[in-house]
Design a protein around this ligand. Structure first.
Ligand SMILES: [Zn+2]
Ligand SMILES: [Zn+2]
Length: 266
């Protein structure tokens, strides 16, 4: 009974978030559309299915591997070193978490592109040929688990994230919420450009280039801080927009086909 109530509560919360995201992004994408495309575009149902599937899978299956990673890191990291970071004020903890979490996420994302076996998981995300905010949801659950762990490893190492903490840390909540909302924003079908601001924070133009079909898919791995790509030599942000989105990897179009795709031998 308690499990059923908890599942119902989670599902309602997910529905409420989806409504909120739609209320924010659909009018914006209508007003400042980069490309003319129907709100009910091809594969929208697939992305909605991923939204519910991935939220559930991450809630159920990510806690255990993260706890193991955190425990292992706690064995090797001196508590005195962690105390330097955990003793910082909230805004400083948030800033440090954003930078180190982004560096971890950057490398996780880059390995998904550069290691062929991992690319088969990540190709699902790059199979979208029309981009809008809901494309953020299209990702193989194991791809998401991998990038989430890569992003969290440095946070556990510095003691900023505590898997068994009883009270939520406002700095870490801010870090997590910023990352989640930003991921939807950078996929949005928005033609707006932001001048110098684009050097400071990732915008749709930056991430749309990452979804380009051929030319710059191996650039722009960051989610929030584009200068991390500059640091590692993968930054690409011209004034133009990509001509075409998608991938030449033959990813199936159905949910079950995509979930099985990385494990198929072809
Ligand atoms: Zn990618
Ligand atoms: Zn993307």
């Amino acid at each position: 009974m308690a499990l059923a109530q908890s599942i119902l509560r989670e599902t309602l919360a997910l529905c409420a978030w989806l409504v909120l995201l739609s209320v924010i992004f659909i009018p914006l994408e209508r007003l400042w559309a980069l490309r003319k495309q129907n709100v009910r575009r091809k594969s929208l149902a697939l992305d909605v299915a991923y939204y519910f599937l991935n939220s559930t899978v991450l809630t159920l299956f990510l806690a255990l591997p993260l706890s193991v990673v955190a425990w292992l890191l706690a064995q090797v990291m001196p508590a005195s070193a962690q105390a330097i970071f955990t003793g910082l004020p909230v805004p400083a903890r948030f800033a440090v978490a954003l930078v180190v979490g982004e560096i971890g996420g950057y490398w996780g994302h880059r390995w998904l592109h550069e290691i062929p076996a991992l690319w088969r998981f990540h190709a699902v995300h790059h199979s979208a040929e029309e981009i809008d905010f809901m494309v953020n949801c299209r990702a193989h659950p194991l791809d998401l688990m991998f990038t989430r762990i890569c992003g969290y490893v440095p946070l556990y190492a510095l003691g900023l994230l505590q898997p068994l903490a009883t009270a939520p840390d406002p700095a870490m909540m801010g870090f997590v919420v910023t990352g989640r909302i930003w991921s939807f924003l950078i996929h949005a079908n928005l033609r707006a450009r932001f001048g110098w601001f684009e050097h400071l924070l990732v915008t749709p133009a930056f991430h749309h280039w990452h979804h380009s079909r051929h030319d710059h898919v191996d650039h722009n791995y960051a989610t929030v801080l584009p200068w991390i790509d500059r640091l590692f030599g993968t930054h690409h942000l011209p004034k133009a927009w990509p001509a075409e989105y998608g991938t030449d990897t033959k990813v199936p179009e159905t949910l079950t086909g995509q979930l099985a795709f990385p494990f198929r031998r072809d």
